[in-house]
Design a protein around this ligand. Structure first.
Ligand SMILES: Nc1ncnc2c1ncn2[C@@H]1O[C@H](COP(=O)(O)OP(=O)(O)OP(=O)(O)O)[C@@H](O)[C@H]1O
Length: 249
């Protein structure tokens, strides 16, 4: 299984965010997509999922170019992103049913998966009867995760999945992803939570200044574990700041 991004470029108002990006992801990859604020991580993922149109570039999934409505590819996708929030008017249960219908899951499959996922991610199942508009930030993230995983996607895209989750929920998500990773699945995770990425990523991708600054194995990035991921990233992206002292403090 392979997902290829070829010559992807995107600018906003004449400011280039991504310049001729070429990438290939293989089944089994758990990719930590890293980079400073505004480096284009969300833009790259949103182009891939067809949420925004790139200026140029092509996408291939298993050698087939993704064109038009890309529906067969979208059926393989699971997405957690703040730019696609779960429908606030729905209860958690309604939202999962809605996702189940979109993916044409039969009743018994839907029931089994939604029950297992909600039992795993939610301590209190009564929350699922409440409208999502009344959920906390972490609860929204959890119901989004349940909805994204319901169709057992072969490409799971998580944009800042740990943000807003309490430490217990983070551990549950990490353990879930460790179970979910498989040779026929790709997991892409954009995150600033480097210690969590270090626990689950097999590959690191760093975007900076419109380009890919690093693309390789986690072990190579951390120089066989001699550096923690935050050190390695800081060395790669250290700011060329002129302001180093605060004599007024
Ligand atoms: N709709 C938009 N209109 C104009 N500029 C945009 C738009 N969306 C993103 N940008 C710009 O594109 C650049 C990349 O933004 P993007 O959200 O992809 O970065 P990011 O790496 O995900 O950042 P962060 O780590 O802060 O979430 C930023 O300079 C941002 O201001």
């Amino acid at each position: 299984m392979e997902l290829v991004i070829s010559n992807l470029s995107k600018s906003y108002h004449q400011k280039t965010v991504l310049d001729s990006i070429n990438l290939a992801f293989q089944g089994g990859d758990v990719v930590g997509l890293l980079g400073k604020n505004g480096s284009g991580k969300t833009t790259l993922l949103n182009c891939l999922i067809d949420l925004i149109a790139p200026d140029s570039g092509q996408f291939f999934f298993n050698d087939e170019e993704l064109t038009g409505d890309r529906l067969p590819f979208k059926e393989e996708l699971g997405i957690v992103s703040d730019v696609i929030p779960p429908v606030p008017e729905f209860t958690g249960t309604d939202y999962l049913r809605f996702k189940g219908l979109i993916h044409r899951l039969d009743e018994s499959t839907f029931k089994k998966r939604s029950t297992d996922l909600t039992n795993f991610f939610f301590d209190d199942a009564s929350v699922l009867k409440k409208k999502i508009s009344q959920y906390s930030t972490g609860m929204i993230k959890k119901i989004s995760l349940c909805g994204a995983i319901l169709n057992t996607p072969s490409v799971l895209i998580l944009d800042e999945p740990f943000a807003g989750l309490d430490p217990v929920a983070v551990r549950q998500l990490i353990s879930f992803l460790q179970t979910y990773r498989r040779a026929d699945r790709i997991i892409l995770i954009a995150s600033h939570d480097l210690s969590y990425i270090e626990e689950i990523a097999s590959r690191i991708l760093v975007l900076d200044d419109t380009q890919i600054k690093f693309n390789g194995e986690l072990a190579k990035f951390t120089e066989q574990g001699t550096k923690v991921i935050s050190e390695a990233l800081f060395e790669l992206l250290a700011p060329k700041t002129k302001q180093t002292t605060f004599d007024w403090i």
